[in-house]
Design a protein around this ligand. Structure first.
Ligand code: BTN
Length: 284
């Protein structure tokens, strides 16, 4: 169970998480957030559940959501962003998760395009941004975050056993889900207002400095379509730029990314190993 009073006593935000809709069990917090957004609930409202019976991952996958150990929450957003900029929200949430992991555990983590947070190559967090549009403007977005916080290794299902990790596995310590959430909301608020006020440059640079993707040979699946090549960069909107075998650059806006084995990694300095990941200090 979550202690809402503990979340609120640690909360230093002006908007995000001030109103929390809490469930001990729900199908998917994203589904509830979208329903509430359609009913007109404001930006900043947080839907939180101790466990999910139908947690949604990207590309139609499920997000394993056992009780007492994970963080499953969704924020309602109403950003004044053009459609093309919607990918920036997912990158921004990933950055705020990196900030939070560093603050709460001193662990360094990395971003995998477009929506994963990894520690030493294992997934600790997934982000699912679902958006409703009206006349080419974003009407609302449900920003869903799933973090493996206190899972033990044998609590992961077979299919994710070797590719997933948790903050408890990495630190050997139990981490307060409430503190993690309050801290995430503060970092998120800071980064979100900076994006809306100052534009995307800061988040794009942060992502470039803290990713596990660039310089690798990757394959992105978009349903039956596969795009393979070298991950060169991301553009201002957060699209991945992939150099194909014929030298052409493909701009990829979404899809499930896999990379070849580690020996195919091109040389790339891992700035994450030497840089602080706080929202302010990590600026270039
Ligand atoms: C992924 O990596 O595939 C994205 C996973 C997103 C999971 C979170 S948990 C909270 C929110 N509610 C959901 O049903 N999904 C997201």
């Amino acid at each position: 169970m979550f202690s809402l009073s503990s979340i609120q006593s640690n909360l230093s935000t002006e908007k995000f998480g001030k109103e929390i809709v809490y469930f001990e069990e729900i199908g998917s917090t994203n589904e509830v957030a979208k329903r509430l957004a359609r009913q007109g609930k404001p930006e900043g409202l947080l839907v939180l559940s101790d466990r999910q019976t139908n947690g949604k991952g990207c590309y139609g996958k499920r997000w394993f959501s056992p009780g007492k150990v994970g963080l499953y929450c969704s924020l309602i957003l109403r950003p004044l962003l053009p459609l093309a900029g919607i990918q920036q929200l997912t990158l921004l949430a990933g950055a705020a998760v990196l900030d939070t992991i560093y603050k709460e555990t001193s662990l360094r983590s990395n971003l995998k395009w477009p929506n994963d947070v990894l520690i030493d190559g294992r997934k600790v967090c997934g982000i699912l941004t679902e958006t409703a549009f009206y006349k080419s403007k974003v009407e609302f977005a449900a920003l869903g975050i799933g973090v493996n916080i206190n899972n033990t290794r044998n609590q992961f299902q077979d299919e994710i056993y070797s590719s997933a990790t948790s903050l408890k596995i990495e630190t050997g310590k139990k981490i307060s889900r409430e503190k993690f959430l309050s801290s995430f909301l503060s970092f998120w608020e800071l980064r979100y207002s900076s994006l809306l006020e100052n534009g995307h440059k800061e988040i794009i640079q942060f992502w470039r400095d803290h990713n596990d993707t660039l310089g690798r040979k990757v394959t992105i699946s978009q349903g039956t379509r596969l795009i393979s090549g070298l991950a060169k960069d991301i553009d201002d909107d957060g699209n991945l730029l992939v150099q194909l075998g014929n030298g052409a650059i493909a701009k990829v806006s979404s899809g499930e990314l896999r990379w070849a084995n580690p020996k195919d990694v091109m040389s790339k300095p891992n700035k994450c190993a030497t840089r602080h990941q706080g929202a302010k200090k990590s600026e270039p």
